[in-house]
Ligand binder design. Structure first.
Ligand code: HEM
Length: 161
C-alpha cells in the first residue's frame, strides 16, 4: 500500500509541477506587457535574417581557407535554408504601403530573394570546385545586394545603422 501511495503522491506532484510550469510563463508575460510587445514587434522574417547574418559572418572567415570548405558548405546550407524560408515571407513594410502598391512590392522582394538564393548556390558550386577566390567574390556581391535590398525593402526604423 505504502509504495503505491508514494507513487500516487509523486504522480500528483509531477502533474501539478507540469501544470504550474506551463501556466507560469503565461502569467509572467501578462505581468510584463512591455517585454511581450517588444518580442511581437520583431517579425519572423527579421529573426530569419538575423540568423543568416550570424552565419554569413562565420562564412566570411571560413571561405578564406580551402581546408575549411567542408565546414563552409555546412554553414552555407543553413543560410540557403533560411533564405528559402525568408523568400516565402512578407516584409513588414508591406502593411504600411498603399494597398495598390503591395503586390508589386512583394513580387520585387521575392525576385530579389530568388536572386540571392542563386548567388548562394553559385557560391556552393565555387566551394565544391575548390575555387575559394570565386566564393569570396560572390560573398562580396551578396553583401552589395543585401545593402541595396535593405534600402528598398526594410522600414527605415528597422535598420540598426
Ligand atoms: C545574406 C543576405 C542577407 C543578410 C545577411 C541579411 C540580414 C538582415 C538582418 C540582420 C536584418 C535585421 C535588421 C538589421 O539588422 O538591420 C534583416 C532584415 C531584413 N532584410 Fe535582410 N539580409 C540579407 C538579404 C536580404 C535580401 C536579399 C532582402 C530582400 C530581398 C532582405 C530584406 C530584408 C527585410 C525586408 C528585412 C526586415 C524584416 C521585416 O520586414 O520584418 N534581406 N536582414
Amino acid at each position: 500500500m505504502l509504495p503505491m501511495k508514494k507513487t500516487l503522491t509523486a504522480l500528483t506532484l509531477a502533474a501539478s509541477t507540469a501544470l504550474f510550469s506551463t501556466s507560469l510563463p503565461r502569467h509572467a508575460s501578462a505581468a510584463e506587457p512591455k517585454t511581450a510587445e517588444l518580442k511581437v514587434q520583431k517579425s519572423e522574417l527579421n529573426s530569419e535574417m538575423e540568423d543568416m547574418d550570424e552565419a554569413m559572418k562565420k562564412l566570411r572567415r571560413s571561405i578564406r581557407k580551402a581546408e575549411q570548405n567542408e565546414a563552409s558548405l555546412k554553414i552555407l546550407a543553413e543560410i540557403q535554408a533560411k533564405a528559402l524560408s525568408s523568400k516565402g515571407m512578407i516584409p513588414t513594410k508591406t502593411a504600411k504601403m498603399p494597398e495598390a502598391d503591395r503586390a508589386k512590392f512583394v513580387t520585387a522582394y521575392r525576385k530579389e530573394m530568388a536572386a540571392v538564393i542563386i548567388d548562394l548556390c553559385q557560391m556552393e558550386q565555387a566551394l565544391l570546385d575548390g575555387d575559394n577566390a570565386k566564393a569570396q567574390e560572390i560573398y562580396k556581391a551578396i553583401g552589395e545586394r543585401e545593402d541595396k535590398d535593405h534600402d528598398q525593402f526594410m522600414q527605415k526604423d528597422e535598420k540598426k545603422k
